[in-house]
Design a protein. Structure first.
Length: 105
């Protein structure tokens, strides 16, 4: 069931909608076990969870080439290769599949 006022986002082409991982999800802790928030090191997360994917990129014949990632995948992406968007009050990233470096298994 969709909450009233919530927005559903479907990326276009070879774009992927990601939720950046928090410090807790990344396991960013000091030697004594204290979680270090992202604001301390001023760096954005370079890992995220795939929320939604576009249909894929078209080749020169117009055929759609499906993406290699799917919703739910945990991925590493290029530090500067994303656009920040806010959806339903949550900060998300939109990246092209070419800016996704790896799937974390």
């Amino acid at each position: 069931m969709k909450k009233e006022g919530s927005i559903k986002v479907q990326p276009l082409g070879d774009r992927v909608l990601l939720k950046p991982l928090s410090a807790e999800e990344l396991g960013t802790r000091s030697a004594s076990g204290i979680i270090i928030p992202e604001t301390v090191d001023k760096e954005k997360s370079e890992q995220g969870k795939v929320v939604a994917v576009g249909p894929g990129k078209r080749d020169e014949n117009g055929k759609i080439i499906p993406l290699s990632v799917k919703a739910g995948d945990r991925v590493m992406f290029s530090k500067y290769g994303f656009d920040e968007v806010k959806v339903n009050g949550e900060e998300l990233y939109i990246v092209s599949e070419s800016n996704i470096l790896a799937i974390i298994k």
